[in-house]
Design a protein around this ligand. Structure first.
Ligand code: HEM
Length: 236
């Protein structure tokens, strides 16, 4: 049941990611010389950004599915490395593009902050798994992908704001550049932490361990690992 739920939850972003890439991103990579429009002076950066961003956008759901269902660990690691490299390249180019945007400092700051959040969430997901913190890795990967998806949300919001009267294009883009990632991250955090607040209290495993003087118990609680099926926990 949970398996089917995961498929349903991850199919939706995959379809939207494919549609976004086809409709808005790949047209920059093929076609006429003038296809870059206002991005002509920084076309190399945009090309790197689209290729790297496209890879992360499409790899994200596959990675989350492989990770959540504990499938083919080697494939998960290889694709994970590709995802991290994609974020590193995509975010570096995003910083350059944000710094040189034609739409003003507020848009640049909003998208630059999104690039920063992209790096921080992905770095913490990577550090967590290197330290064997599986539950933390899952949560930070979900946050990372929510930010990756932020550029799709940004596009959707800029279209939606066209229906708000009396606002200039720059104002609409500035609002979208901040809301596109902050609101989805807030919703994600509410779900991730809310589930912990409302989940049923576990059996008395922790007091039992404390009774026997096992010093590992408080550490597990602190890292949120007590609910994970990490191999880390199965070590003698
Ligand atoms: C999630 C972090 C991302 C950040 C911070 C970011 C940032 C930026 C910035 C600053 C620009 C230039 C905006 C301008 O000056 O008009 C841009 C353009 C663009 N980005 Fe990203 N981006 C991200 C993810 C992605 C992803 C995953 C894709 C998917 C391929 C993508 C595709 C594009 C495209 C196609 C453009 C050209 C402008 C357009 O047609 O909307 N970006 N991005």
């Amino acid at each position: 049941m949970r398996y089917r739920g995961n498929i349903l939850v991850l199919t939706a972003p995959t379809i939207v990611a494919l549609w976004f890439s086809y409709a808005f991103a790949f047209s920059y990579l093929v076609g006429e010389a003038g296809r870059f429009g206002i991005y002509l002076p920084r076309r190399q950066w945009l090309t790197i950004h689209i290729l790297a961003g496209g890879v992360t956008l499409l790899l994200g759901p596959a990675q989350l599915w492989l990770g959540l269902n504990r499938r083919t660990a080697i494939l998960h690691r290889v694709l994970g490395l590709l995802y991290v490299m994609g974020v590193a390249a995509g975010a570096t180019a995003a910083f350059y593009l944000a710094f040189h945007t034609d739409f003003g400092w507020l848009v640049g700051l909003g998208l630059g902050s999104m690039a920063f959040a992209w790096i921080v969430t992905t770095a913490l997901a990577t550090i967590a798994i290197c330290r064997g913190l599986v539950q933390q890795h899952r949560e930070w990967m979900i946050r990372s992908y929510v930010v990756t998806f932020g550029f799709v949300t940004f596009r959707v919001l800029t279209f939606a704001f066209e229906f708000v009267r009396g606002k200039t294009l720059v104002e609409r883009m500035a609002a979208a550049s901040w809301l596109a990632w902050s609101i989805p991250l807030f919703v994600t955090e509410t779900v991730l932490q809310g589930r912990k607040v409302f989940e049923k209290k576990r059996s008395s495993a922790v007091p039992q361990q404390e009774k026997h003087g096992d010093s590992a118990a408080p550490e597990l609680t602190a890292f949120g690992l007590q609910n994970s099926e990490s191999t880390y926990l199965r070590q003698p």
